[in-house]
Design a protein around this ligand. Structure first.
Ligand code: URA
Length: 188
């Protein structure tokens, strides 16, 4: 299956109850040959309205961090979420909703073949790295899983609530830049 078909199928998804309350499915955005994949939790209100990931306040902060290490969602990275539809009141996705949505992310993974996956926040890190992953304790560390490097950092929304964690998050992005230089072929 190619990107266009995958996206069309995802936009018509009824695999869980979140389809009842969504305005738009937020499939993901970025370069279809990106070597670096960012994975968030799920759409918030702005994302639901626009159909694009990380376009609200936390998205603006994410774009600043990306810019600081020469990443651009339109050019050399890809942004997706664990769930593609907004959970009501921005609650955490239920395990059954994440489970129902994972096949879409798996297909995105298969098409992209990323070299590095950056989990934004606990929900993505616990789903993609380890069920008991602690962002506070383990952010910025790279984990090799079947030749793909996984790392987690603070969710930008958490940084807006707790600006004191921003230096740690920035250090994670600097470590990411080094790792990209080491293992990626055409990102920079
Ligand atoms: N938060 C997320 O986890 N994902 C988005 O796309 C927007 C906000």
């Amino acid at each position: 299956m190619e990107w266009e078909t995958l996206k069309a199928q995802c936009l018509a998804c009824h695999n869980c109850g979140l389809c009842e309350t969504r305005t738009n499915v937020v499939f993901g955005q970025g370069a279809e040959d990106a070597e670096v994949l960012f994975v968030g939790e799920g759409p918030g209100q702005s994302e639901d309205e626009q159909g694009l990931p990380f376009v609200g306040r936390s998205g603006q902060l994410l774009d600043k961090y990306l810019f600081a290490i020469d990443l651009d969602r339109k050019k050399n990275c890809y942004i997706a979420n664990i769930v593609k539809c907004r959970p009501p009141q921005n609650r955490d996705p239920l395990p059954a909703e994440s489970e129902a949505c994972m096949p879409w992310l798996r297909e995105q993974f298969r098409l992209l073949k990323p070299k590095i996956v950056v989990c934004l926040g606990r929900v993505a890190a616990q789903r993609m790295i380890r069920a008991d992953f602690s962002v506070v304790r383990e952010h910025g560390e790279f984990y090799n899983k079947n030749g793909i490097l996984f790392m987690a950092t603070y969710h930008p929304a958490a940084l807006l609530r707790q600006p004191r964690s921003k230096p740690d998050a920035f250090a994670d992005f600097l470590a990411l830049r080094e790792k990209i230089q080491e293992v990626c072929e055409h990102t920079y």
